[in-house]
Design a protein around this ligand. Structure first.
Ligand code: UDP
Ligand code: MG
Length: 319
């Protein structure tokens, strides 16, 4: 290629138990990047894999030391921490995040870079013909809806990790020192000129998703309470409505008792009251849980404990 390498690109890939996918990933990713005619680096974060992933990454680093960097965590801190660690070390002007399981084909990277070249500072991928289970697809649409109502973040597909960012956004993310964070949403909030492109989606090349139902729920809690306090405000509004409702109920009961005294079926009325009481009690408990979410978050930020521990990094000195 004769075009001068104007922009250098950092590819960031979190790896957790991906020994079955890594060989194919290497075989497909490097040729795509070599063909770009730009300077690039690939940063893999081994997120405490229990399989041979780290050995494979070591071998790859030995094979392509010029463009390969490996961060090795001492244990599993989750996909987003793995990406954060790489963000703190990137050298490129444009940063692309990618999953290791080949669900986002590496062949789509040039598409994202085109958009960056066209002047956008944030390029989100959204999955054309998503290849996930029916349940996951619809659950994530629902969460999308909730997120759009509670934050000002607009994303067609928050679950798609194939995204490109300009360096300034990544620097802002690193400076924000956010914990438990959902990176695409955080990046969006720092972007000035975002856009989206459709990218192909394939079935996981091998292995199963590392996300259990439980961890997806936790991630989505992060997404909703990590970006706004609107849920607290909605809750307060709802509580206001409830108290108006109970006031009306008291008025009805009062009239019933003193105007039409001694009605039949008062025992029934008692149980209705219990029903209402239990309902309100559960609403109150949800409220306590919600407040707890925010207090927990505040605690984590205030405590400012080291978010992850890097055991080793494989890299050649900065070029
Ligand atoms: N991943 C990680 N740490 C984890 C879980 C996942 O680094 O604790 C990586 C994983 O290796 C993959 C990406 O994050 O590169 C997405 O994970 P996965 O494919 O399991 O998620 P899904 O595609 O089902 O959302
Ligand atoms: Mg996947």
């Amino acid at each position: 290629m004769s075009t001068p390498p104007t922009v250098s690109v950092s590819i960031v890939i979190p790896v957790y138990n991906e020994e079955l996918n890594l060989p194919t990933l290497f075989a497909r990713l490097y040729p795509v990047l070599d063909a770009l005619g730009r300077r690039y680096e690939i940063i893999f974060t081994n997120d405490g894999s229990a399989d041979r992933s780290f050995a494979l990454l070591q071998a790859q680093h030995a094979a392509r030391p010029d463009v390969t960097r490996v961060i090795d965590f001492n244990s599993n801190y989750g996909q987003h921490m793995a990406i954060m660690a790489a963000f703190e070390r990137v050298r490129g002007d444009v940063i692309v995040t990618l999953d290791a399981d080949l669900q986002n084909p590496p062949e789509e990277i040039p598409k994202l870079l085109e958009k960056i070249d066209a002047g956008f500072d944030y390029v989100g991928g959204y999955r054309l013909n998503r290849q996930d289970s029916f349940f996951r697809t619809y659950a994530s649409r629902l969460i999308n809806l909730v997120r759009e109502k509670t934050t000002s973040i607009e994303m067609t597909d928050q679950g798609c990790m194939l995204r490109a960012y300009r360096r300034a956004i990544i620097d802002a993310i690193v400076r924000s020192g956010a914990i438990n964070t959902f990176i695409p949403a955080l990046a969006y909030s720092f972007s000035g000129n975002p856009t989206e492109v459709g990218v192909k989606h394939e079935e996981r090349h091998a292995g199963v998703s590392n996300y259990s139902f439980y961890s997806l729920i936790r991630l989505n809690f992060d997404l909703i309470t990590g970006f706004s306090i609107a849920p607290l405000q909605y809750f307060t509004m709802f509580a206001g409505l409830c108290s108006l409702g109970s006031l009306a109920l008291v008025a009805v009961l009062f009239v019933r008792r003193f105007v039409f005294a001694n009605l039949d079926g008062d025992a029934f009325g008692t149980f209705t009251l219990f029903g209402i009481l239990f309902f309100l009690l559960s609403v109150a408990m949800i409220g306590i849980g919600l407040i707890g979410e925010y207090v927990g978050r505040t605690y984590q930020v205030v405590r400012a404990r080291q978010r992850y521990h890097v055991r080793e990094t494989l890299e050649t000195k900065s070029s």
